[in-house]
Design a protein around this ligand. Sequence first.
Ligand code: DON
Length: 316
Amino acid sequence: NTYLREVLKESSADVSGKLAAYIPRLRDADEHLQALALATADGQECSAGDDEHLFTIQSISKPFVYALALDDIGLDRVRELVGMEPSGEAFNELSLEGGTGRPLNPMINAGAIATHHLVDHTSHEEHPGGRQSDSRTSEVRSRTTRILDGMSAFAGRPLEIDWDAAEEEYSTAYRNMAIAHMLKSHGSLETEPDEAVRGYIDQCSILVTVKDIARMAATLANNGINPENGQRVVSAESARTTLGIMATCGMYDASGRWLTQIGIPAKSGISGGIIGVLPGQVGIASFAPRLNEEGSSVQGVAMFQHLSNELSLHLM
Ligand code: DON
């Protein structure tokens, strides 16, 4: 903990970067918040800073939902609609694979919207949450239940959705809606575009602490078994495939630089979180809201760089 506090202090020097501005929930975040957590594959945990602060998971949901989709319908069926190659473009570009109309990978928004709708909703009850007056169909509600249950299993505690944040994002989701309509026109979406976006935004609005996402990362590190309670969440194969996608695509158009300089499969989110996974060893999570050009936390990148250097965590 003393060590983690030191890392937080060293990385706090860089106050560059900007808060995400597209919804009030993120625009109004406290930019001084900072947290770091580690969870090992054999169940040891430590954390420092604002480690009880809840924030919306945003894009860090993408690898976990991809793992759930792999478990639900298998890699072959997932690959029919979502590719496995880095896009080299920003997270909110369309980035369709030439000739197929499939989004290039499940970490960019296009691929994540498609992946979201591949999660099996048929065996799950509708979730009671959300607003009475909202427009969620029963398919959207039951898929969100499946995803919320799955994410809670990764975290080892019942997670909740920030319905107000979801509402804010849905009411201005013009770009994601456009992406979903393009996917639909290419035959890469089997549901209605607005339903896929509605559910995808609910998925992004799940509330987590840095400790939650460290434990979720540790579950991927531990071959799909939650190290804290021993529950299997996804198969070892689904966890491994997901880590491969994180390594190649998780940091968007900075993925190559990240893997060479920091050397840890990772995923960032626009609310300021980053997770990293060292297979068989540890899940790492950071939180600090100011973002760089690629939409990743400036101080989070610095924290990971410190940890990678000082603890020799670089995979290569
Ligand atoms: O769909 C979006 O644009 C957001 N809900 C999530 C994007 C995100 O987290 C990108 N990450 N840096």
